[in-house]
Design a binder for this molecule. Sequence first.
Ligand SMILES: [Zn+2]
Ligand SMILES: [Zn+2]
Length: 181
Amino acid sequence: MNFQKITLVTFGYFENDFLQKLIKKIHTEFFINVQLKEGHLDLSDFYEPNRRQYDANKLLHHFEKEYATDDSKTICLINVDLFIPIFTYIFGQAFLGGRSGIASIYRLNNERYGIEADTNLLLERFAKEIIHELGHTFGLIHCQITDCVMRSGTYVEDIDQKNISFCSKCRENLMLQQNNK
Ligand SMILES: [Zn+2]
Ligand SMILES: [Zn+2]
């Protein structure tokens, strides 16, 4: 498989200016084209009334089936609260070494935590989350380096602690993966 591009598929409304800035940040990390697509979905099929959240595994498999292609790494962007059975919530997930992933902006904004809105911080957090999931699709696993974008995090503060980029070891692995394809 030869991955020549990254595709971001949006579900629900995201401001165009915000998306353009997001694309720029992602492009800087991967050096390949990033394209946008609009997706459509009836979210009610993925809602779990007992948890009042959306089933991330179900969504991921749906996106993989409907939107993933062999020539792209595809990340679906969404604004709902995601869960998987073993966690209270997740920011996103992806198929390791696969074609697709999912990232939610839902828990990344300050207002959710009673703090004043900060669009730049929101952009930074979402970009990190998307880059992290893209890293997984390129076969990268979680990294122990504190500021590496591949470090796993439970809270939004964990995202703020890490950099938007890969540590040198992850960068090296990423290059190997990209060149092998
Ligand atoms: Zn991860
Ligand atoms: Zn790393």
